[in-house]
Design a protein around this ligand. Structure first.
Ligand SMILES: Nc1ncnc2c1ncn2[C@@H]1O[C@H](COP(=O)(O)OP(=O)(O)O)[C@@H](O)[C@H]1O
Ligand SMILES: [Mg+2]
Length: 381
């Protein structure tokens, strides 16, 4: 288990101060895969480096299995850090060493005797499916295989905690999927607690039990992934289910409906249409496999302003669905005089980020854009 408490890290360079991590609280449960999402510059890497103490935080605490890392004396700290494995985006392999040699390296540093080392290397290579490539050099293997070496190396010291900084960001989608699959399998088999950071929504969708979204050094949203997706106003939901911006149409109500696996089997659209004898227009939507179940999101349009749809909205909520009424586009402009009625219902988008969606244009890109500049105001998409 990893507990991060009120963590703060400020970089000071030539008179400039950057608060990279600004009071972060996070708990990663034993055996869980926890994803931290955020745009470039959000403070994700700094957070991770504070967890394995590559970076000394200015204040706050990091506890691993209840032990306060910052309070440990040097000798115990080294041992504690051995219990933390780390994998990186660019693998960091030694080009002059074979695959087996790279995996053996941390064992040599730990002073593991030669015979035991060989045995352990074989075991580790088997774990990541690289036995046949033991004698290859990094230049002779693919990116995915290099990351497998990185993972084997990170597991050498039998860590209980694995940290991953954009481990799949340099890989193509297919290879990414296989690496994520491997990580999930290893986490289950070895009881590893995994804290991974990524700017890719897809990573969270595929393997994370819980997630947090970071922006400008702070956690703005956190919880179990399925729970987050069903929470009104969730940025994660918006990111995972990119929906086309609706054409602003006067006299209609646009509603985002999020549902979990159970309600996915219930035909709520036809039930709504039948019960109220209305035409329900489907504007977009998707159903995604999240962990063991399905979560779906649908954007629908009902005739009439939000005020006249109170019963219809209650009907959806009573069916156990998460219901968010979209404010009419251009709510502060000519056409959207009714924004108040809609906004009050769900409390979503309090920061008005959705209204900015149109300005961004290509909102369909399924990640946060590795090179996008951070802005306190910018939504994830
Ligand atoms: N070593 C450093 N010295 C000064 N500023 C840094 C350093 N590392 C990161 N930063 C700054 O801290 C902020 C967070 O960076 P980082 O943790 O790398 O974000 P992320 O991993 O989310 O892209 C950025 O504004 C970055 O420029
Ligand atoms: Mg980073």
């Amino acid at each position: 288990m990893i507990q991060i408490e009120k963590l703060r890290k400020v970089y000071r360079t030539r008179g400039r101060e950057v608060t990279a991590v600004d009071g972060v609280d996070l708990t990663v449960a034993e055996g869980e895969i926890f994803g931290v999402l955020g745009r470039s510059g959000a403070g994700k890497s700094t957070l991770l480096r504070c967890v394995n103490l590559l970076e000394r935080p200015d204040s706050g605490r990091v506890l691993i299995d209840g032990r306060d890392l910052l309070a440990l004396p040097g000798s115990q700290l080294r041992a504690a850090r051995q219990g933390i494995g780390m994998i990186h985006q660019h693998f960091g392999l030694l080009g002059s060493r074979t695959v087996a040699g790279n995996v053996a390296f941390p064992l040599e540093v730990m002073g593991v005797p030669r015979a035991e080392r060989a045995e352990r290397v074989a075991e580790l290579l088997d774990l990541v499916g690289l036995t046949e490539h033991a004698r290859a050099y990094p230049a002779q293997i693919s990116g995915g295989q290099k990351q497998r070496v990185g993972i084997a190396r990170a597991l050498a010291g039998r860590p209980k905690v694995l940290l991953s900084d954009e481990a799949t960001s340099a890989l193509d989608p297919e290879t990414t999927a296989s690496i994520l699959e491997l990580l999930r399998g290893l986490s289950r088999r070895l009881g590893l607690t995994v804290l991974l950071i990524t700017h890719e929504m897809d990573v969270v969708k595929r393997i994370c039990d819980s997630a947090a979204i970071m922006r400008a050094g702070r956690v703005v949203e956190t919880g179990p992934v399925r729970e987050l997706l069903l929470r009104p106003g969730s940025e994660l939901a918006r990111g995972l289910f990119p929906l086309p911006e609706p054409e602003p149409r006067a006299g209609t109500t646009v509603v985002d409906v999020t549902f979990d696996g159970d309600s996915a089997d219930r035909p709520f659209v036809s039930s709504l249409a039948r019960t109220y004898s209305i035409d329900v227009n489907i504007l977009g939507g998707a159903v995604e496999q999240i962990g063991d179940g399905r979560v779906g999101r649908l954007r629908i349009e009902l005739p009439g302003d939000p005020e006249v749809n109170a019963a219809q909205l209650a009907h959806l909520r009573d069916a156990g669905l998460t219901v968010e009424v979209r404010e009419p586009a251009g709510a502060d402009g000519a056409s959207g005089a009714d924004a108040e009625g809609a906004g009050g219902a769900s409390g979503a988008d309090a920061d008005g980020t959705d209204g900015a969606g149109g300005a961004g244009g290509a909102a369909q890109d399924d990640d946060l854009g590795p090179d996008a500049r951070t802005s306190e105001e910018a939504p994830l998409r």
